[in-house]
Write a protein that binds this ligand. Sequence first.
Ligand code: NAD
Length: 483
Amino acid sequence: MPDTVTIPVYENFIGGVWAGEPEHMPAINPATSETLGALPRSSRETAGKAVKAARAAQASWAARPVWERAAMCVAIAAEIDARHEHIARVVSQEQGKPLAQAIAEVRKAADGFRLAAELVKHMRGEVIPVQDPRKLALTLRQPRGVYAVITPWNFPVNIPVEYLAPGIATGNAIIWVPAPSTSLCAVALTQAIEAAGLPAGVINLVIGEGATVGDEIVAHPDVNGIGFTGSAATGKRIAERGAGKPMLLELGGNGPVLVFEDADLDKAATAAANGAFINAGQICAATGRLLVHRKVADAFAARLVEKAKAIQLGDPLHQGTTMGPLNNANVAAKVREHVEDAVAAGATLLTGGRPRPDLGSNLFFEPTVITGVTRSMRVFREETFGPVLPIVTFETEAEALDLALDSEYGLSVGVFTADLERGMRLAEAIPAGIVNINAGSTYWELQLPFGGGSGTKSGLGRLGGKLTLEAMTEIKMITIDRG
Ligand code: NAD
């Protein structure tokens, strides 16, 4: 008999039951190209079944007292904490981030459920004074109903929790479509949620191609709201397919980080490097463009090169690794193309710039610092989503502002200056969702508003803290005639 290698076969979670699909797609370890398992490549029909299961579960879940739903979120947080090492290992293996970063992500996910549990107890309606003496007018906050949640692969546990926790807390039922390349992470998180005892059908996990199962749930007439985090291109498609439904769209960024000559350069360099290299730069709020005053540019670039060179690129599960591979071939191709385009147009590579297939797969890419970047280069204009720090110099505040504004995106910005008045001037002038003064573009906490500036390609709406709970609920206006 020939030796056969069996790989685990994974399933969807629909209506409280794990069930397989006839079609499969592989789960791949980006550091080794090894196949980790066979994932369901679900059909539209399966996605439709998940909508049905969510619909069937939603009303009774919404009818549970708020305190009970909050307690369930606390129980889920405890399950995530109890198995955080397992979930983090899956994240490291399948997404590619170093284990320490994966553990931090999973711990934050547990915090996300605890935060939703606290906040939901403070949601309240109001009694509104009216002219008619016979009437009493009051508002209730009610869940929207059945939610489509579609998430990317860069933070495969944290980003889903940004929707799942407030969604569960407020009494919605959810169909979750994770990114195909981090579906095992989704299975691990769903197992924790199941173990906490969430009633069947409140969370339904459907694994498959976004253009099939994601599209089906977004456009489905029985889905009442959409939470989407991903690229601007997919966000646009979802906005069209889900037209008329309330939606949160958390899309891409090309975050400028501005460094003035009076800034604390050590602090700024640490933040800019972290913003470009943590998670191998695959962060929507990454240091996409580094704008530095000409006077300090050389000294600043030298600090960044030093930090880039100190990074240990390698297998994310190996001790000492501080940067793993990129997650998939599409993002790796884009990163290579952006660097090649910049170099061909005259930019200078100070360090990095090359793929490192010798480390285990074609997805390893060196931490890269590039100077002499100009506005026409792709690395300036587009979201690179990789470990690349493009440096552009400026002479005046007006020029820095003009460079910062020269982008279709408007997500997250960092401004380093000792002059807080200047910091505030810029913060008010740049149409991004979040501006951090004397911190990098990636600084954010779960209870702070986060989202794209209006009219930019970075998205629609704000999540964070009570804002997500508000977005996932609607106001019911009730009047009573007292006779
Ligand atoms: P993507 O848009 O390719 O995919 C995101 C999700 O959408 C995946 O689950 C995918 O399967 C699904 N999808 C794809 N086509 C679909 C369709 N037609 N209908 C419905 N669903 C569909 O994005 P990605 O490559 O997974 O993630 C990277 C992007 O996400 C970057 O642009 C990044 O900036 C952005 N992002 C934004 C934030 C934020 O909070 N603003 C956070 C993280 C990532």
